[in-house]
Ligand binder design. Structure first.
Ligand SMILES: [Zn+2]
Length: 379
């Protein structure tokens, strides 16, 4: 009897793993790095086990003829409180959300959905570093604050204890803000603890200083002045960093919060795009993030709008897609995601139209797989 039960169990396990194996055949593939025409991908047990011209294996075939495959996307700047958010993101092909300041006790619960098919993974900064009464303290939940460089050790130790994935610092002079000395101490302490450290800035000079102090990235682009070319070139040469420009939220803020004329908004939009293009030309990776729920931006499809804006800035579409796939995986060290390559987790988007030909095609996603499992999308 026992043997029979074992056999039945083995049969069902066999069935399950058989379902987990499939080939997507003859698609155009953006693998996170480059475009490969007419290629097939074999997925086994949630992992991409082969990418090749032709794959000889008896398993389920998904016809990819005329279709486009790319890695699932990451939104590099969100604030999230609640499980439905993770579903909204996954439903749009955004399988990873990078939190940039939130309520730590909530975040562990949200992170625990990382292996659930219909939910995005959640990577967190925990509480952002800010000054007493500084930006980030006004959202109705208590946050720890820092006043001097010596506070950095305890601040980072507490974040590590809370299980954060990266560190976020706020430099925002419209309220009391951290000194650059304190910011530098936080960056150094974060690095000592092997964490990536990113910063919120709104002024060019603050951006320049935090990058000079070795921040790994900025989570907004400055909105006041163009960075002088010699400073930009110096940073590009001496430092390694990325920028998440959050164009959509910056432009929406102009539209929704100020009484600026359409002409003034067009001027600011052009300025922001030009700075993004200058960063790209200097060799700086541009990553995609939208800062929801600010200005009613959603956690899913609004990321497409950010990609369109980055493309309009003059960034080649392949590079735009990297900014939502392989770059976040590399820069934030998220593990084996962000690429459609052998050995990587099978987080795959199947699109009916090619977004490298026109970035607006990013909204033609037909199927989404997370770890080789089909995400149940509702249209
Ligand atoms: Zn934010």
């Amino acid at each position: 009897m026992k043997t029979l039960i074992h056999l039945i169990i083995l049969f069902f396990i066999g069935l399950l793993s058989a379902q987990e194996s499939f080939i997507i055949k003859d698609a155009t593939v953006f693998d996170g790095e480059k475009v490969i025409p007419k290629t097939s991908i074999l997925v086994e047990n949630g992992v991409i086990s082969k990418v090749a011209n032709s794959i000889d294996k008896k398993t389920t075939i998904v016809d990819g003829t005329g279709k486009f495959l790319m890695p699932a996307m990451t939104n590099c700047h969100v604030h999230a409180w609640g499980i439905p958010i993770l579903q909204q993101a996954a439903n749009a092909g955004v399988l990873n959300l990078l939190d940039m300041h939130g309520v730590e006790p909530y975040q562990g619960m949200m992170k625990s959905y990382k292996d659930s098919t219909n939910y995005a993974r959640f990577f967190v900064a925990g509480y952002a570093a800010t000054a007493p009464d500084g930006h980030g303290t006004q959202y109705g939940f208590p946050v720890p604050t820092l006043t001097k460089p010596e506070d950095a050790v305890k601040f980072i130790a507490d974040r590590i204890k809370a299980g954060v994935d990266h560190i976020k610092i706020i430099v925002e002079p419209w309220k009391p803000t951290l000194s650059h000395e304190t910011v530098k101490a936080i960056i150094d302490e974060g690095h000592k603890n092997k964490k990536k450290v990113v910063a919120h800035v709104s002024k060019m000079n603050d951006g320049y200083q935090v990058l000079n102090n070795n921040a790994d990235g900025l989570v907004h682009i400055w909105r006041d002045l163009a960075m002088p070319e010699n400073q930009l070139q110096q940073l590009a040469k001496e430092k390694e960093f990325f920028v998440i420009p959050t164009l959509l939220v910056s432009i929406e803020a102009q539209k929704q919060r100020t009484k600026k004329s359409p002409e003034e908004i067009a001027t600011i939009t052009a300025f922001l795009k030009k700075e993004v293009k200058r960063l790209y030309d200097a060799g700086i990776p541009i990553l995609a993030g939208t800062d929801p729920p600010n200005l009613n931006i959603n956690y899913g499809t609004d990321l497409y709008k950010e990609l369109i804006l980055i493309s309009e800035a003059g960034i080649p579409n392949e590079e735009v897609l990297k900014g939502a796939t392989s770059y976040p995986a590399d820069k934030f060290e998220l593990g084996k995601i962000g690429y459609l390559k052998e050995g990587y987790i099978a987080d795959i988007l199947l699109l009916s139209k090619n977004p490298i030909e026109d970035i607006k095609h990013i909204d033609t996603i037909e199927s989404i797989w997370k770890s080789g499992q089909k995400v149940a999308t509702k249209k």
